[in-house]
Design a protein. Structure first.
Length: 317
């Protein structure tokens, strides 16, 4: 039976853990949260952390659940994020926006809060000092051309002129929210990020293998951003090729060159397994088109026939 490490943690406990080294892997989808999701997150945590706009005393034992984070530790000891990418990325942007706003504030509460945020965003040395060159999160998402902006924002706390990615837009959105909050509630400024770190709860689920993590991934929905069939299908293909020591991508190669044939474009080879995948995709495409034009019973018959043909064809290869 597969083992899972499941233990609810505050944002501070999870992010400041010495072993917390998150990686958004190359097969993940791009960052998709927009202003609507960020507004909902801000409204929710503000209402929780500053009850009735400060008119009700905050219960320091209260908790606000933000959702699960599904990971597994890869061969490089990094926690590959299988589910929870959207909230994890957004929380990092939110904390970085707070950190930037603290700037050179010198009151005791501001200094302590800023130091706590540092340890959530950057790795620390054995003395607990943050290494500003080592972020606690990295992104390798193959289809996300803006991922460098995310990492730059975390490192510098600024959005460069001309940057219009979701990362940049959401970071600026949180900056505006924080500016408004500071102007209206100056005496509560350090309390909000502190309560976010200390009382907002995540449920980290660390699987013992990628296979287990992907099975959990296929049954959970990211908060506000449901997983599509194509996401799950892509993850399953990735799992299949990772088991062979390969990854999908434009530079796809085959370790067994006896099964490879030359491709017209220089420097590329195409494998027998690639043809199999192409055939499966062709079948799924045909089934999808049939579903648009055929009645349910005829569509099911067509699905069965095509899957049988697909299975026989692959078994013969």
């Amino acid at each position: 039976m597969s083992k899972l490490n499941v233990d609810q943690k505050t944002i501070k406990e999870l992010f400041q853990d010495k072993k917390a080294d998150f990686l958004i892997p190359d097969y993940q989808r791009p960052y998709a949260w927009g202003e609507a999701e960020c507004q909902t997150l801000w409204d929710d945590i503000f209402s929780f952390a500053i009850p009735d706009e400060g008119r009700i005393e905050f219960d320091s034992n209260s908790e606000y659940f933000l959702g699960p984070i599904v990971t597994f530790r890869n061969l490089n000891s990094k926690l590959e994020v299988i589910d929870g990418q959207q909230r994890l990325t957004t929380l990092m942007l939110l904390l970085r926006a707070f950190y930037t706003k603290f700037g050179h504030m010198q009151d005791r509460a501001s200094i302590a809060t800023k130091q706590n945020i540092e340890k959530c965003i950057w790795k620390t040395d054995e003395f607990g000092e943050p290494d500003m060159a080592a972020l606690k999160i990295d992104s390798e998402v193959a289809t996300d051309k803006d991922k460098h902006e995310f990492l730059d924002i975390l490192r510098t706390g600024t959005v460069k002129p001309g940057e219009k990615s979701r990362y940049a837009a959401n970071f600026k959105f949180f900056q505006d929210c924080i500016d408004s909050f500071l102007a209206k509630y100056p005496t509560y400024f350090a309390y909000l990020p502190t309560r976010i770190m200390n009382n907002c709860i995540l449920l980290p689920i660390e699987a013992e293998s990628q296979d287990t993590a992907l099975r959990i991934f296929s049954t959970l929905n990211d908060r506000g951003m449901p997983l599509s069939d194509s996401d799950i299908f892509k993850a399953q293909f990735y799992k299949f090729y990772t088991a062979k020591g390969e990854k999908m991508g434009n530079n796809y190669n085959c370790n067994n060159h006896n099964n490879c044939g030359p491709r017209k474009k220089k420097g590329f080879k195409i494998c027998k397994e690639t043809k199999d995948v192409g055939f499966v995709l062709l079948v799924f495409g045909a089934v999808t088109l049939c579903a648009l034009f055929l009645p349910p019973k005829a569509w099911l018959i067509m699905l069965g026939v095509l899957l049988i043909i697909c299975g026989i064809s692959l078994m013969r290869k």
